[in-house]
Design a protein around this ligand. Structure first.
Ligand code: SAH
Length: 503
């Protein structure tokens, strides 16, 4: 759906977990001409923006001069007047302590149409992730969202501490860290019980969320001691104690573990998402990038004449994808494989084939070249024409074995894996990694080269299988965990096992 030109969308991006962004927010970001965004938006929130969209940072950062509030309003108006579709993206909900009310008023005065897209506010999201229900039948029939840090230009406190002390329910303070000591004291002085449970939730729903538990009387000291930093919420109320039964985040198997994913960016997302779902703090350090070679004359020729082969071996899902792209370029489809025996090195490759309407005839039990050789033992290959479609720099084990058995083997390099330069911020985060996962030899070689002396030696190394492990050892690494099943699920299982054993 495209945003109608000239409209401004005041959009909430949720509390930080990218999965908590609304469908509507993602649609609008995808169609916007320009996005004005703040600091507290989830990582990757703008990944779906158009390539030609203008992305403008207008957030405030402590100690750094920021774009004044009035100027943000003016810039929204200006962009809308140019006929652009404008997204104003705010953390959490735009109307909850977001100052978007002021921006909306400025827009209305200028005669600019706007829409508001609510977001999940930190007050319910960070608390939910901390296992604290903001209301509870036995503990709290009401909840109040309160600002703990008021406009510094205001001379008198607008907060009625007596009313807040009497409030029959949960108090959730936003921006509450800086003035926590004064605020807690004011609440107690106004009559709120100092023994009431309280909690501080730091970086709610984000990697590294942390909760500090105390009482109203001790929370300021606890926050100081544990060095809780913004963004953080302070919760005051009996519900804070429900965490004992309702906490769930910390129970996830990879909670508190930082795991490096080295796969190519295009393939990493599945593994990264699964790891995040298990609670891991994922660092994406794509060590390799796939460079298709399907425009090479050699590949084009082979793709147009697959019928000459009796057997075709595919050694990765990338290989399958690119072979089919090459076939498409050559003007043929899956029927070109009609009389051909198709062998896949493992279930991922077989799945990629099945998605394109081809059920592999041969899938080995061990997902390495040697396994495929064993699985092909019953095939009559002497004198047969065989195609091995794979990466340019792959091992020669499979073609050599087939040639030894009398096959006439053609190799077609569908792609090359080249080194990717990792993001400096992710390299930094990787320094404190607990695990590094390697899914192929090329990820090992390229990561070792890319990081040099910044390779985090204290992390445990998880390898997908013996070939990758061998490369790792050759590069001077110690392999701590090797998957029994040489695919992504096998790697995950091995990692989880190791976490359990070393816990
Ligand atoms: N519009 C936002 C709030 C902006 S005010 C919303 O609806 O959530 C900024 C304050 O929100 C921070 O000082 C902090 O108190 C709170 N906050 C925002 N994101 C948070 C998070 N992920 N975890 C804890 N508190 C958060």
């Amino acid at each position: 759906m495209s945003a109608s030109a000239g409209t401004v969308y005041l959009v909430g991006a949720g509390p930080g977990d990218p999965g908590l962004m609304t469908v509507r927010s993602l649609e609008l970001i995808a169609s916007a001409d320009v996005v004005f965004y703040d600091r507290l938006i989830p990582p990757g929130a703008l990944a779906g923006a158009r390539e030609d969209a203008e992305l403008v940072y207008v957030g405030k950062q402590p100690g750094v001069p920021s774009v004044p509030q009035e100027e943000i309003g003016e810039r929204l108006i200006e962009a809308a007047r140019e006929g652009k579709s404008v997204v104003r993206l705010k953390g959490g909900d735009p109307f909850v302590f977001g100052r978007v009310g002021e921006e909306g008023e400025a827009l209305r005065e200028a005669g600019i149409e706007f829409e508001v897209v609510p977001g999940i506010t930190a007050g319910v999201a960070a608390t939910a992730y901390a296992g604290i229900p903001v209301t509870h039948r036995d503990d709290a029939s009401a909840v109040a969202f309160v600002t703990g840090h008021e406009d510094p230009e205001k001379t008198e406190s607008a907060l009625d501490w007596e009313a807040l002390a009497r409030f029959p329910g949960t108090l959730v303070f936003y921006m509450g860290v800086k003035r926590l000591e004064e605020n807690a004291a004011a609440l107690i002085a106004a009559g709120r019980n100092a023994d009431e449970p309280a909690a501080a939730i730091e970086r709610g729903t984000m990697a590294g969320q942390r909760t500090v538990e105390a009482t109203l009387g001790t929370i300021a000291e606890a926050v100081e001691r544990e060095r809780v930093k913004a963004p953080a919420l302070i919760v005051v109320g009996a519900v804070a104690r429900r965490r004992e039964q309702l906490g769930w985040l910390e129970r996830r198997p990879l909670h508190g573990r930082r795991v490096v994913v080295t796969r190519a960016r295009a393939q990493a997302s599945g593994l990264a998402a699964t790891l995040r779902g298990l609670g891991a703090d994922v660092v994406e350090l794509p060590a390799i990038r796939i460079e298709p070679r399907i425009d090479d004359a050699e590949v084009q020729k082979v793709a147009g004449a697959l019928g000459v082969y009796e057997l075709i071996c595919l050694t990765s899902p990338n290989g399958v994808r690119l072979l089919f792209e090459a076939m498409e370029n050559a003007g043929v489809d899956a029927r070109a494989l009609a009389g051909v025996t198709v062998a896949a090195i493992g279930p991922g490759t077989a799945r990629a084939l099945a998605e394109r309407g081809v059920l592999a005839d041969v899938v080995p039990e061990r997902f390495v070249a040697e396994g495929l050789i064993e699985a092909l033992e019953d095939e009559e290959v002497a004198g047969a024409r065989v195609l091995v479609a794979r990466a340019a720099e792959a091992r020669d084990v499979l073609p050599d074995a087939l040639r030894e058995r009398g096959a006439e083997v053609d190799l077609v390099p569908l792609y090359e894996t080249v080194r990717e330069t990792p993001e400096p911020s992710e390299v930094e985060r990787a320094q404190a990694a607990d695990y590094i996962t390697f899914t192929s030899s090329s990820t090992v070689t390229n990561l070792v080269e890319a990081l040099g002396d910044r390779f985090p030696n204290s992390a445990r190394i998880v390898s997908i299988g013996p070939v990758t492990s061998e490369t790792a050892r050759a590069a001077g690494l110690e392999v701590d965990v090797e998957a029994e099943r040489h695919d992504i699920d096998g790697l995950l299982a091995a990692l989880l096992d190791d976490v359990r054993q070393t816990a």
